[in-house]
Design a protein around this ligand. Structure first.
Ligand code: ZN
Length: 332
């Protein structure tokens, strides 16, 4: 794998190509951006490029000993630090710093990658400061975070920050077709549900049938279930998969709204068969479909924002039922 095998992030690739070519690589980076957009994959590729014995313009060779060991995650000079629980504690940082202080055994550069850096306790962060300021010899630290605001400013100021953004649907879709051999239609659908994450697109394909069944189950419950408790417990039972199921719901509502607004003249629906959309779009006015989309959008951002689950869910069900019934009763 070389740079060209990484999906998107072109600006960041150019940035590091220039830095490596001109020898201006610094010793502490902070990779910041939404989760699962490829920050760790990118870090690993950078580490490989820095240690490759035969790098070319395309990037690392993938064949030399350093490359192979890095790919297998068994290189003695590369280390990952993951929080073992809710926090990254001082003991873990101490042994990480100790490891970093030894000279590289076979690589050109010793690199320590700290995942979920926002979980550093204040004590642990302070312990890391000196290393970030005066890193030992041929060493580099890459901190990775999706919650930059939770990091101490003193940590951020000692790193060169590299921002990562969600990938665009077309970047993901083209990548899946060109590099993974997916069918175009399949890639287009999965990428439209992926919220800018390649990992999520692949997960959607793998679990698509299961998720789709769950989505329909929820859909018919939302349409007809009068018992809020039973609806609420369905949400609890499916809490893990809920973020993905809600994306299906949001996209389906969009299809219904588009169908209604264009009176069936739209050619590219995101979701299911035309017949299904045609039949269901009639059930509500365009304005109601639009309001329901907003409700679901809000729920999606609330559940990813760590708000109180009970309150979020209760409000959603209450507002959903209100919209649905108001529209039905105004027709009668
Ligand atoms: Zn190599």
């Amino acid at each position: 794998m070389s740079w060209s095998e990484i999906c998107g992030h072109e600006r960041q690739k150019e940035f590091f190509e220039r830095a490596v070519l001109s020898g201006r690589v610094v010793h502490a980076y902070l990779f910041s951006g939404p989760s699962r957009v490829g920050k760790t994959t990118f870090a690993l590729e950078l580490v490989k490029l820095l240690n490759c014995l035969n790098p070319t313009e395309e990037g690392s060779c993938d064949r030399c000993e350093n490359c192979r060991l890095i790919i297998n995650l068994t290189h003695p000079d590369i280390s990952f630090l993951f929080p073992s629980g809710d926090y990254l504690k001082i003991d873990e940082i101490r042994s990480f710093v100790r490891w970093l202080n030894f000279k590289p055994l076979m690589g050109k550069m010793k690199v320590g990658i700290i995942e979920e850096a926002e979980k550093l306790t204040e004590e642990a962060a302070n312990c890391l400061l000196k290393t970030l300021e005066e890193p030992p010899g041929e060493s580099m630290v890459i901190l990775i975070t999706s919650q930059r605001a939770s990091l101490l400013p003193t940590i951020i100021s000692r790193c060169q920050v590299v921002e990562f953004s969600p990938l665009s649907s077309s970047e993901i879709s083209n990548y899946l077709v060109e590099k993974k051999g997916w069918k175009e239609e399949e890639a287009r659908r999965a990428s439209s549900f992926s919220q800018g994450s390649l990992g999520k697109a692949e997960e959607i394909k793998e679990g698509r049938s299961g998720l789709e069944d769950k989505f329909w189950e929820l859909w018919y419950k939302l349409k007809s279930e009068r018992d809020s408790l039973s609806l609420g417990s369905w949400f609890y039972d499916n809490k893990e998969q809920l973020p993905l199921i809600m994306i299906f719901l949001e996209q389906y509502l969009r299809d219904l709204w588009v169908w209604k607004v264009t009176e069936g003249q739209c050619s590219n629906l995101l979701f299911f068969e035309k017949e299904k959309v045609q039949e269901e779009a009639k059930e509500q006015e365009a304005e109601t479909w639009r309001r329901l989309i907003i409700l679901v959008d809000n729920l999606i951002s609330d559940i990813s924002g760590n708000l109180n689950w009970d309150i979020v869910l209760c409000r959603f069900l209450f507002l959903w039922r209100g919209e649905w019934n108001r529209a039905s009763s105004s027709r009668n």
